[in-house]
Design a protein. Structure first.
Ligand SMILES: Nc1nc2c(ncn2[C@@H]2O[C@H](COP(=O)(O)OP(=O)(O)OP(=O)(O)O)[C@@H](O)[C@H]2O)c(=O)[nH]1
Ligand SMILES: [Zn+2]
Length: 336
């Protein structure tokens, strides 16, 4: 058996690889540092050079240099905070995104919805894991308001509670995402059956947690055939570029909207609005509808900002071309 088999190698990647040059070797990116990365190959972990890749990517190498990145099947991308319109890829080729929600922290349903939107937007399937079920009051029923149609499992890494039933819902490459201190690394270790990821003691006063996972690293589980990707706690999660992801995360509202009287109903005050009727009937909370609108707005804004940047880059390119053409004509003029 090749080490790659433990890192999620399947027929899809073999087929993709066969389309490329046979002189290279197939590898999967396990960990990325500045300009360098660790990758697993047929003959174990190697250190290679290259940029533009992220943990989870399938790549080809030639003498420890990156040659090509195979097309990503999924990518967890978040809009980075601040004024740029850059996105940050947190992990590639992830099959299941486990969103961790700590039972001992005040439940923030809006944040859960945000993470679930991020997960659907990646192309992977989200699963919610309530962590620290041994100490806290957040339960599955409470979380389901923010996650209709999504599997929600209560777990405790201390007592091993719920780990097996969570594992039953996982397949392939798993990414753990959630706020700092929400128990991602501890859950990851429980899934691995050992201590691989560094865990941190939370500051008990505010339960905010210190950042303990500095690197995103792929680790195969010995028994269940899963590959785990631990991510650092995220302070902010911007969503962008995917109205479909918002529609998936809010499938209940999406389904209601299909039965509104007007096809272009904005669910503000239109007659025959099924969404507002559901709010009136107590079937949908104002909070959830409000967050749905907010994520749609944020998504539209990020997309337009992205388009504006693309236009600026195009313009800069044209200016560069016309400048070099002017120089060329000027030079031609002199020699003529
Ligand atoms: N009681 C209890 N405590 C837990 C459980 N899981 C995690 N903790 C504690 O919660 C704290 C944070 O856990 P981590 O696993 O480090 O959290 P994290 O999400 O990986 O944090 P970052 O790496 O900072 O993003 C640690 O003190 C853990 O011991 C659990 O099931 N029960
Ligand atoms: Zn409506």
């Amino acid at each position: 058996m090749s080490p790659l088999d433990h890192y999620g190698l399947d027929q899809h990647w073999l087929t993709e690889f066969e389309k490329l040059s046979r002189k290279t070797i197939l590898a999967r990116v396990v960990r990325v540092d500045r300009g360098e990365f660790d990758a697993i190959t047929d003959s174990g972990i190697v250190r290679a050079t290259g940029t533009g890749i992220c943990t989870g990517d399938w790549v080809t190498l030639d003498s420890f240099r990156l040659v090509a990145t195979l097309p990503r099947q999924t990518a967890i991308e978040r809009a980075s905070a601040g004024t740029t319109s850059d996105t940050q890829v947190l992990g590639a080729n992830v099959d299941t995104v486990v969103v961790t929600v700590a039972s001992d922290t005040a439940l923030d349903l809006g944040r859960v919805e945000r993470y679930i939107t991020l997960a659907w937007g990646s192309g992977a399937v989200p699963v919610v894991a309530i962590t620290k079920a041994d100490s806290g009051s957040v339960n599955e029923e409470l979380v389901l308001e923010a996650a209709p149609g999504v599997t929600v499992c209560s777990t405790s890494a201390l007592s091993d509670g719920g780990i097996d039933s969570l594992t039953a819902h996982l397949h392939g490459t798993i990414a753990l995402i959630g706020p700092s201190g929400s128990g991602k690394s501890t859950l990851g270790n429980a899934l691995l059956g050992g201590s691989v990821f560094a865990t941190g003691a939370t500051r008990s006063a505010d339960s905010k947690g210190r950042h303990t996972t500095a690197h995103r690293e792929l680790v195969p589980t010995p028994s269940s055939g899963l590959v785990l990707l631990d991510t650092p706690g995220l302070r902010s999660v911007g969503v962008q570029g995917s109205e479909d992801a918002v529609a998936s995360a809010f499938s209940d509202i999406d389904e209601l909207a299909a039965t509104c009287r007007f096809g272009d109903c904005a669910h503000e005050r239109e007659p025959g609005c099924a969404v507002l009727a559901a709010v009136d009937a107590g079937e949908l909370t104002e909070r959830r509808l409000g967050n749905y609108r907010k994520l749609l707005r944020e998504n539209a804004w990020a997309t337009s900002r992205h388009d504006a940047r693309a236009r600026r880059e195009k313009l800069r390119e044209y200016k560069q071309i016309s400048k070099s053409l002017r120089q060329k004509y000027a030079a031609d003029g002199r020699t003529r």
